[in-house]
Design a protein around this ligand. Structure first.
Ligand code: ATR
Length: 364
């Protein structure tokens, strides 16, 4: 049970547009309760034309920080006093930290915990990206963080496949150019090494070649062909996401190579059609809830400055997200069968889904 809100309650939250379906308030408040902190996390809808005003207002109101989600990740940058190397390279911020200097002036720092959330989750699932060959499907905002993280973690070969190939080309060009700019200023090497959100940081030289990064148009044939020689396939597109759960980037009828690891950033539903096909073919399948939980735990670590046990907080947040994703929408097909419920519950690393009546699947 959490603290009652009182005069000492510290505030954090998330801004986005829309924001009402966010799992973050439940994940963070569960973690704050478990940590015994008199803090609350709230979801705040912010219109795109009011982002900068809203962020400065949160700092003035004494918020400790906030998460930033779609579509504001690039748009908040003009409101910031400092930006971490990852966030700068990607042009996307997902976590703000508000502090005061000696004179009491507000300072707003921007970070990106999505990158470390993804790489950390891969490693937590036993996949080390260094020296690996990887196929990334998609070239939107999520793909940028994934490709950036994989390059920094030492992947040797990355192919970016996208429906709109020009967007993939731009992604690769931007990331390599940003890297060169940062390297020239010496900003990546050694930067933020104390900060767990940058735990993927090898020397900056790892971003540049010897890793090769190429692009292709996304077709069934190229995907199947390229996946055959790869160690990891990452879906960063929105294909397969609720409510279009039948969508799948992998073509029907083609077996997924059994030695491939398949990672889907989509977390609603936790088991996408792509992951189901992968499991059925004997391939390793990793859902997007681990990354969601880990980026949240890393953000909480930045705000609380309490040297959190990030692994434990990630596991707790993930459990909360899994239990919520089962009942988020009454028409969600995941609610319709007991066996599906059990397969989702099994995603909780063997832990039971909390048995509160609110979270139990409805029965017909
Ligand atoms: P995000 O910030 O979540 O990455 P985004 O920037 O809108 O979202 O990017 C969505 C990604 O999903 C893009 O790579 C998009 O492909 P295009 O660049 O060609 O638009 C991809 N995507 C969305 N719907 C798709 C579909 N039906 N088939 C293939 N790719 C799709």
């Amino acid at each position: 049970m959490g603290f009652a809100i009182n005069g000492q309650t510290q505030l954090i939250g998330v801004i986005g547009w829309p924001i009402e379906h966010s799992l973050s308030p439940a994940m963070h408040n569960a973690a704050l309760d478990a940590l015994g902190l008199n803090w609350r996390y709230v979801a705040m809808p912010v219109r795109p034309d009011e982002v900068v005003t809203a962020v400065r207002g949160l700092a003035a109101l004494g918020f400790r920080g906030c998460n930033v989600t779609v579509p504001h990740k690039p748009a908040v940058i003009p409101a910031l006093d400092s930006v971490s190397p990852e966030a700068e390279a990607l042009g996307a911020v997902n976590t703000l930290v508000f502090t005061r200097d000696g004179e009491g002036a507000a300072h707003i720092a921007g970070h990106n915990t999505d990158v470390a959330g993804f790489i950390g989750d891969l490693r937590a699932n036993g996949f080390e990206p260094e020296g690996r060959r990887i196929v990334v499907v998609g070239a939107g905002g999520a793909a940028r963080g994934v490709v950036y993280g994989l390059l920094r973690a030492g992947a040797v070969h990355i192919v970016v496949l996208n429906r709109t190939v020009e967007r993939a080309r731009q992604l690769v060009e931007d990331l390599t150019q940003n890297d060169r700019k940062q390297e020239a200023r010496g900003k990546i090497e050694g930067a933020d090494n104390e900060n767990p959100a940058s735990c993927i940081a090898p020397p900056a030289s790892c971003i540049a070649p010897p890793a090769s990064c190429i692009v292709h148009p996304l077709t069934d044939e190229t995907l199947v062909e390229l996946a055959r020689g790869a160690d990891l396939l990452v879906n960063t597109t929105t294909v397969g996401m609720w409510p279009k759960v039948e969508g799948c980037v992998w073509p029907e009828g083609a077996p997924v190579p059994a030695d491939l690891t398949v990672y889907d950033l989509v977390y609603n539903p936790p088991e996408t059609r792509l992951l189901r096909l992968a499991r059925q073919s004997g391939a390793r399948a990793i859902d997007g809830l681990g990354m969601l939980a880990r980026q949240g735990a890393l953000a909480l670590d930045l705000w609380t400055e309490q040297a959190l046990n990030v692994e434990a907080v990630t596991a707790l947040m993930r459990r909360e997200a899994v239990s919520l994703s089962i009942v988020r929408d009454p028409s969600n097909p995941m609610l319709r069968s007991r066996s599906q419920y059990q397969s989702v519950a099994a995603l909780c690393d063997g832990s039971a889904v909390p048995a509160s009546p609110r979270r139990r699947p409805r029965r017909k």
